[in-house]
Design a protein around this ligand. Structure first.
Ligand code: NAD
Length: 361
């Protein structure tokens, strides 16, 4: 059966890394006999330049109809002084909200050949293979009221941290389901010693855990988790947490690998899933064929796994990435840890060549 994908290259290196993903998808169609239709749309700064809006309604509609969305990155200095409604990042928030993407998955794997790239000692990060499951549409970022008011003669900024049982249940189920196919441990991170929303979070996660007796559940306070990620990161398998804690902890966890150009993400809801590299549009290297496309190619693997129901293609792409890295190839951002430094397009081609070998074997 034919699948459809919307490609949103965005700005800066987003365009270059999505081009490599497109080549990979074309190769997969030939190699595995799957039929995938792709359509490409403008988003972020590119959309602002063309239509004076970060993302058009028709693009949102196309994304809703597709099986998956693959996004590059948005933003750049050209639009930095735009008013809030005309910022490229507005496109991301709108996509997350309109597609109902409440479940953000960020796998963090330290490849053994790259353990020296981490800012931590190699023996601390060796074997790290964790997954951050972050709630993406609730908590402090969306709770109301959210405003700056005038009170007792001065300005007061207000944000509201709210979570409903339904919101906690669905993200907890996502985390336990993910843990089933991994090392079967969930660490639920909260601030239950202080926050009411965290107390409800802990109570609800504990109840959901009863449906998963094979999965070990531990609760950890967010401040302790921030410390443990540096002290002993390999103790973690799945980290389940709310929106803001997840925003901060997933960036901390990402840096365990020492690279931003290799980290993928998936954002899932009840409809179309969206896949994107963790990095931004990197204006400093845009257009120079220097960007590392691996985060986007690994996001493409997640897309085959979660939205296209093609687990074997997903694991073949991941095996190709691991094989290329372990053979000593990498891009400019990891040049100190590579025996051979490749450009964006050379890395894309190397992954395709290796995938063909894996498929033929
Ligand atoms: P960035 O991730 O774009 O770049 C940070 C540094 O990492 C830069 O030195 C860059 O060259 C390097 N880098 C990033 N990705 C790389 C890759 N694939 N290969 C090699 N090197 C890579 O973050 P920034 O500089 O803070 O932001 C630049 C723009 O991107 C801003 O406009 C920001 O708003 C936007 N941004 C977008 C997203 C997104 O679209 N999801 C995320 C973060 C930042």
């Amino acid at each position: 059966m034919s699948k459809s994908i919307v490609l949103l290259p965005g700005d800066g290196i987003g365009v270059e890394v999505i081009h490599e993903a497109e080549k990979l998808i074309d190769c997969i169609c030939d190699l595995y006999g799957v039929e995938i239709k792709t359509e490409k749309h403008l988003v972020g700064g590119a959309s602002l330049d063309a239509s004076d809006i970060p993302v058009k309604d028709e693009v949102i509609e196309a994304c809703k109809k597709a099986d998956a969305v693959l996004l590059g990155a948005v933003g750049g200095p050209k639009w930095d002084n735009n008013p809030p409604e005309k910022r490229p990042e507005k496109a991301l928030l709108r996509l997350r909200k309109d597609l109902g993407l409440y479940n953000n998955l960020r796998p963090v794997t330290v490849f053994s050949s790259l353990k020296n790239a981490s800012p931590l000692r190699p023996e601390v990060v060796d074997g790290v293979d964790l997954l951050v499951v972050r709630e993406l549409t609730g908590g402090l970022y969306f709770g109301q009221p959210k405003e700056i008011i005038e009170k007792d003669g001065e300005e007061v900024g207000i944000d509201t941290m709210t979570y409903t049982v339904t919101e906690i249940e669905r993200i907890a189920i996502a985390a336990f389901e993910a843990a089933k196919g991994r090392s079967k441990k969930v660490t639920s991170v909260d601030k239950a010693n202080i926050l009411a929303s965290s107390q409800l979070w802990r109570k609800t996660v504990t109840r959901i855990a009863e449906q998963y007796p094979e999965i070990e559940l531990e609760h950890m306070l967010v401040d302790n988790c921030a410390m443990q990620l540096i002290r002993n990161p390999s103790q973690f398998d799945v980290i389940l947490t709310e929106n803001m804690f997840g925003d901060i902890l997933s960036d901390e966890a990402a840096m365990l690998t020492g690279s931003i150009g290799m980290l993928p993400s998936a954002s899932l809801g009840d409809g179309t899933g969206m896949y994107e590299p963790v990095h931004g549009s990197a204006p400093d290297i845009a257009g120079k064929n220097m960007a590392n496309p691996l985060a986007t190619l690994a996001s493409t693997a997640l897309m085959f796994r979660y939205s296209l129901d093609e687990e074997s293609i997903a694991s073949d792409i991941e095996a190709a990435i691991a094989k290329v890295l372990n053979a000593g190839y990498n891009c400019m951002d990891m040049s100190r840890h590579a025996r051979k430094v490749l450009s964006t397009s050379e890395m894309g081609e190397k992954i395709i060549e290796t995938l063909k070998d894996i498929h033929a074997a």
